[in-house]
Design a protein around this ligand. Structure first.
Ligand SMILES: C[S@@+](CC[C@H](N)C(=O)[O-])C[C@H]1O[C@@H](n2cnc3c(N)ncnc32)[C@H](O)[C@@H]1O
Length: 248
């Protein structure tokens, strides 16, 4: 994303003990107006250029984008695959932070999907041309059909989903259905809270759950990492899981 001149200042509310996503900050605009926003209010964040990057990436030091891209790249290198042959569907793509990292690492990222029109509009505003298609996934069969068409048209063979799974985010059933659209041999890379992955029963069981009726997806890498700082102090751990759908 090009560096933008901002016409606002941000003040984080450092009250301790506030749950992830519920943390608040104030945006004071140059025109004298101000907005109270929670970290999970993506529909308010994405319309303001640079706000997501400043709050989540820079101040809260979110490392999921770097980790998911690096671990997917490691899996591709270990399999002697060329990243240019890996065509990614980025699910819960937001404003394109992950897509940009993937593209910079040599992957092709023809398709993004997200529930929010504001996410698509921000991706097109800040990273024009990054995605050939950006599907609004409102959970309906029509949206699923649009994803299915995009998977076929762009011969997608990888799926990424960073920090977009679980309660209040993408339901596991939707991820199972979308992963089911990708062919044998495809790669999947997820980041999700360590607590959620533990609830699922660990990385292999998480990927079995994501496989649905398909043959179980094999874990090729799993690691815990510090996802980001919490506004009120402390940090939250996530797991990165990379898997591959078996061939044949
Ligand atoms: C924490 S943001 C992560 C965005 C991006 N993956 C990144 O790492 O920069 C979570 C994203 O998931 C999207 N999301 C939440 N629920 C969703 C759903 N049911 N279907 C699709 N996207 C959803 C949100 O709109 C938001 O863009």
């Amino acid at each position: 994303m090009p560096q933008t001149q901002t016409d606002y200042v941000i003040e984080l509310d450092p009250r301790p003990g506030v749950a992830q996503g519920e943390e608040r900050f104030v945006v004071r605009h140059d025109d004298g107006t101000e907005q109270q926003i929670r970290v999970k209010d993506y529909e308010l964040i994405y319309p303001i250029p640079g706000l997501y990057e400043e709050v989540v990436q820079r101040r809260l030091e979110c490392s999921s984008p770097q980790i998911i891209v690096e671990r997917l790249a490691d899996a591709v290198a270990a399999a002697d695959q060329d990243p240019a042959d890996v065509r990614v569907l980025d699910v819960g793509a937001g404003n394109g932070v992950i897509g940009e990292g993937l593209r910079d690492a040599g992957f092709r990222v023809p398709v993004g999907s997200d529930a929010l029109v504001e996410a698509r509009d921000a991706a097109e505003r800040d990273r024009p041309g990054l995605y050939a298609e950006y599907v609004i996934d409102d959970g309906t069969p029509d949206a699923f059909g649009a994803i299915e068409g995009a998977v076929r048209r762009h011969e997608l063979n990888a799926l990424t989903c960073a920090s977009a799974l679980g309660p209040g985010h993408i339901p596991i059933e939707r991820l199972v259905a979308v992963w089911g659209l990708l062919p044998a041999g495809s790669l999947i890379a997820l980041t999700a809270s360590t607590a959620l992955v533990a609830d699922w029963g660990g990385p292999q069981i998480a990927l079995n759950a994501v496989s649905g009726d398909d043959a179980p997806t094999e874990v090729v890498h799993h690691e815990q990492f510090r996802h980001r700082l919490l506004v009120g102090g402390g940090s939250v751990d996530y797991d990165v899981i990379v898997g591959r759908k078996p061939i044949g």
